[in-house]
Design a protein around this ligand. Structure first.
Ligand code: NI
Length: 174
C-alpha cells in the first residue's frame, strides 16, 4: 500500500527512531512492503520508516537505474533493520541529493566517501558491507533519517541548494 510521505517541517521527521525490538514481529512485514510500494511509486532510491510516520530504525534502498540520478551506478535492493554506520577515513565528497520528504529541491551535500555499514536483513541475518561513492551516500542519507536529520542540515554551501528545475543545468553535470 502506498503511504503518505511526510514532508520536511513535520516533527515526526525529527525524532530519533526506536530500535526494532523483535525482528520476527509480524507487523514489520507489511510496513516494509508499504515502504517499497511508496518508494517505487515516488521514484525514489531509498526510504526510511520515519518518512511514512513509522518510528522505527528501518530503511530500504536500492535501484538498477533511476531517472532522479541518471549517472549513478546500481545499488542492490536492501532492507536494513537496526542499521549501523562506521565512517572509513577522512575523505569527503560532495554530491547532489534530493529527498522524497523535500520534494522539488536538490542540494550539494558533503558525505564520507567510504563507509562500512551493517544491520539485520529481513530474514534476520546480519549483513556488513564496505562501500563508497553513491552507495555510501544513499546509505548515509537514509541513516540520517533514523536520527532525525534531513539532508538540508548537511549542506555547507547554501548557494548549491534549490529547486530542481532551476538547478537542472548544473546538476546534470554533477
Ligand atoms: Ni530522504
Amino acid at each position: 500500500m502506498i503511504r503518505e510521505i511526510l514532508k520536511m517541517g513535520d516533527p515526526r521527521l525529527l525524532r530519533i527512531a526506536k530500535s526494532v525490538e523483535d525482528i520476527h514481529d509480524p507487523a514489520l512485514e507489511p510496513i516494509i512492503a508499504d515502504m517499497y510500494d511508496t518508494m517505487h511509486a515516488a521514484g525514489g532510491v531509498g526510504l526510511a520508516a520515519p518518512q511514512i510516520g513509522v518510528d522505527l530504525r528501518l530503511m530500504i534502498f536500492g535501484f538498477d537505474t533511476n531517472p532522479r540520478y541518471p549517472e549513478a551506478p546500481p545499488v542492490p535492493a536492501t532492507t536494513l533493520i537496526n542499521p549501523w554506520l562506521e565512517i572509513l577515513g577522512d575523505e569527503r565528497e560532495e554530491g547532489w541529493e534530493g529527498c522524497l520528504s523535500v520534494p522539488g529541491l536538490r542540494g550539494l551535500v558533503p558525505r564520507a566517501s567510504r563507509i562500512r555499514y551493517g544491520g539485520l536483513l529481513e530474514d534476520g541475518s546480519l549483513v556488513t558491507r564496505e562501500v563508497e561513492g553513491f552507495h555510501a551516500r544513499v546509505f548515509q542519507h537514509e541513516f540520517d533519517h533514523l536520527n532525525g536529520v534531513l539532508y538540508p542540515q548537511r549542506i555547507t554551501d547554501m548557494t548549491s541548494f534549490g529547486f530542481i528545475e532551476a538547478l537542472a543545468s548544473e546538476s546534470d553535470h554533477a
